[in-house]
Design a protein. Structure first.
Length: 154
């Protein structure tokens, strides 16, 4: 007796609720090619999403929020991730050592591109943090000066 497991399909409203985005965001991500459900859907049919689509959308939203990515950057990052996914699939197909060496060689620049984006964001955040630290220092200094003028303790 075999047990078949059927993957659950989600409608767009369910996905939006699960991930914490609007249905409009999901449709827009489809238009940009970030989600593939639009391509597999016939005109007028309900949008149905698989677990993999929900996981991909969660990851896209996490990257967008974590790194503050523009949609263009998010699209570029998603393309790199898709290329890495293809390489992971090739790796798990039990290739020869020579093929594995090729896969690793191709994966390195992909990860380097992702890391470059993360480091650029870190640099921008560090610069912003420095600006805020300077502003806070100036404001505290002014507060101290005003309190001394008023004869009040700091």
């Amino acid at each position: 007796m075999s047990v078949e497991t059927e993957e659950r399909n989600y409608r767009i409203g369910e996905v939006a609720e699960l991930v914490g985005v609007t249905t409009r965001t999901i449709r827009y991500y489809e238009e940009l090619g970030l989600l593939g459900a639009a391509a597999s859907r016939s005109k007028g049919a309900h949008r149905l999403y698989r677990e993999a689509d929900v996981a991909r959308l969660r990851e896209l939203v996490r990257l967008r929020d974590l790194l503050g990515l523009s949609l263009e950057e998010l699209l570029a990052l998603a393309e790199v991730e898709e290329a890495r996914e293809v390489l992971r699939g090739q790796w798990h197909d039990d290739p020869s050592d020579a093929e594995r060496a090729r896969i690793v060689k191709e994966a390195i620049p992909l990860v380097e591109r992702q890391l470059e984006l993360v480091r650029a964001r870190q640099t921008r955040l560090a610069e912003f943090s420095d600006e805020l630290t300077d502003k806070l220092r100036v404001l505290r200094k002014r507060r101290g000066e005003l309190q001394r003028k008023a004869g009040r303790p700091q």
